[in-house]
Design a protein around this ligand. Structure first.
Ligand code: CA
Length: 225
């Protein structure tokens, strides 16, 4: 899943970006309200993290703009810990509020919680036959035996499992796995799919990843192998 991080303080942006990467998210970073507006228009995000103290605007004024394209959850990030500011953030349409200094595990947990809220059709445990993936802990297993997968492979697996029985388009996988600023070779996504395929084979997973030439990849459902 792809997150837009709007934060102007470079060390904090880097630390938050690293923590989210390790948790399996693709992260795009905007250091100003202007950049954030452009990025929110250009791509679709599962979640946005918004610092209120930006150099060119108060983050609160940005909330309705970011929201204009649809119902994307927003977690507000700020040093202002006074109650009135919290309420203004929530009234302004924020889904959650994290006060600086940011504890990374807490922020990551809140991201997951916001992404899991009612109405979201993404349960944290996905299963397909003997193959299981816990999207909260980013751990996958076949018949209870854990799979050792890298961050990108877990993200690819999550997409394939959510789309089980349908083709997961190449472009959707690339969007989920890579941020804007990552250099992506033409065959990078193939490499991730290959590593995932080998790991599933080695674990004795009976469901093969099917290549749908020119479109993407698919995990067939049990009933139509
Ligand atoms: Ca700031």
């Amino acid at each position: 899943m792809r997150i837009l991080l709007i934060e102007d303080h470079p060390p904090l942006a880097e630390a938050v970006g690293d923590a989210l990467h390790r948790a399996g998210f693709a992260v795009d970073h905007a250091a100003s309200a202007d950049t954030a507006r452009e990025m929110a228009r250009a791509a679709s995000y599962a979640l946005m993290i918004l610092d209120l103290g930006l150099p060119d605007a108060d983050g609160l004024t940005l909330l309705p703009v970011l929201r204009a394209g649809g119902r994307v959850p927003v977690i507000v990030l700020t040093a202002r810990d006074r109650l009135s500011d919290r309420l203004a953030g929530l009234d302004g349409g924020a889904d959650d509020y994290v006060v600086k200094p940011v504890e990374m595990p807490e922020l990551v947990a809140r991201c997951r919680a916001v992404l899991r809220r009612p109405g979201d059709r993404s349960p944290s445990l996905l299963s397909l036959g003997p193959l299981e993936l816990d999207t909260a802990t980013r751990s996958a297993s076949v018949q209870g035996r854990p799979l050792r997968l890298g961050r990108r492979e877990v993200t690819v697996l999550e997409h394939l499992m959510r789309a089980a029985g349908r083709v997961a388009p190449r472009r959707a996988l690339e969007d989920a796995v890579y941020g804007f600023d990552e250099e992506v070779g033409p065959n990078a996504i193939e490499a991730s799919v290959s590593r995932l395929r080998r790991a599933l084979d080695a674990a004795g997973c009976p469901t093969p990843i099917v290549t749908v030439r020119g479109l993407g990849w698919m995990l067939p459902r049990g009933e139509d192998p």
